[in-house]
Design a binder for this molecule. Structure first.
Ligand code: BJW
Ligand code: ZN
Length: 236
């Protein structure tokens, strides 16, 4: 922990990648692991265009349930620590795989959302995308004013990440001298590849997670524990 604190102090460019684990202490279920299941289904079975085409009702029920959980969720000390770090740093990039909006709620201003937002919807007919915080929706699947079916404004398996967001994330990983990977199982690409990009561009890479991942033995330091405790300690 002390070494990482020193690296953080000396770093002129910091980039952070977060995943579902950073929101776990806000009561938000993660995707993988025993508590990450929803009605015995895996994220890989629900978060795909095929699943949505097959059964939009089922997929929307999942998102509807998650939106209801998230509407009650508050940022935790880990989110606040990252917002504070942004304010203190001159060259700081927060990259998240999360769609929950909790970083923004904690006060992080510039968040690169690799996988979109659960609070946005997109019409399958007219293509219009907009912010939508209705809970519950009057009907499931919800409809656009044009009559078309809406879909969640998130990135599913097999779909491209928003290109501008990805390019900015890649650039931040390349130019960082400290890259922190927090609360992600690091199995979903291309997001997980950012740590390797940072490492091969010369950054020190530090992971914060309650459990080891495939990254843990390829990096400079693994800090084991909950991010809601370790992140505040790191910036203290
Ligand atoms: C704590 C904690 C605490 C708990 N403190 N820690 C290369 C190799 C193999 C496959 C691929 C590849 N490149 C692409 C692919 C395919 C695919 C992929 O990666 N598949 C793998 C699973 C094998 N990737 C894609 O399809 C991506 N698109 C793509 O590549 O497009 C190419 C393309 C180009 C051009 C045209 C067309 C296509 C898209 C990926 C989209 C992922 N979407 C989801 C759903 C988003 C919407 C939603 O939320 O519903 O994103 S899936 C889900 O996984 C979600 C998450 O963001 C993502 C990552 O999960 P995360 O955050 O890591 O959560 P968990 O649950 O896995 O882990 C939690 C961690 O926290 C654990 O480690 C815990 O230990 C830890 N933890 N409590 C600290 N308190
Ligand atoms: Zn429409």
């Amino acid at each position: 922990m002390n070494a990482v604190r020193e690296w953080l102090k000396r770093a002129s460019s910091v980039a952070i990648l977060t995943g579902a684990g950073v929101s776990a202490e806000s009561g938000v279920p993660t995707f993988r692991g025993n508590n990450g299941l929803w009605r015995q289904r895996r994220a890989e079975d629900l978060a795909t265009p095929d699943a949505f085409a097959r059964d939009p009702q089922l997929v929307w029920e999942w998102y509807n349930w998650r939106r209801a959980v998230l509407a009650e969720a508050k940022p935790n000390p880990g989110h606040y620590a990252l917002a504070e770090l942004e304010k203190r740093s001159s060259n700081f990039t927060l990259i998240t795989q999360n769609v929950d909006g909790l970083h923004e709620l904690a006060g992080s201003d510039n968040v690169l959302r690799l996988h979109g937002s659960i609070w946005r919807v997109r019409c399958l007919e007219c293509g219009q995308e907009r912010f939508d915080r209705r809970i519950p929706f009057p009907e499931i699947p919800p409809k656009c004013e044009c009559g078309g079916m809406l879909r969640p404004g998130v990135v599913w398996f097999g779909e491209a990440l928003p290109q501008d967001v990805w390019l900015a994330a890649e650039k931040a990983a390349r130019s960082a001298d400290l890259f922190l990977v927090v609360g992600t199982s690091a199995v979903v690409y291309p997001a997980a590849g950012l740590a390797q990009i940072a490492k091969s561009s010369g950054a020190r890479v530090v992971e914060i997670n309650i459990a080891e991942t495939q990254l843990s033995d390829q990096i400079d330091e693994f800090l084991q524990g909950p991010s809601g405790e370790l992140l505040p300690q790191l910036i203290a």
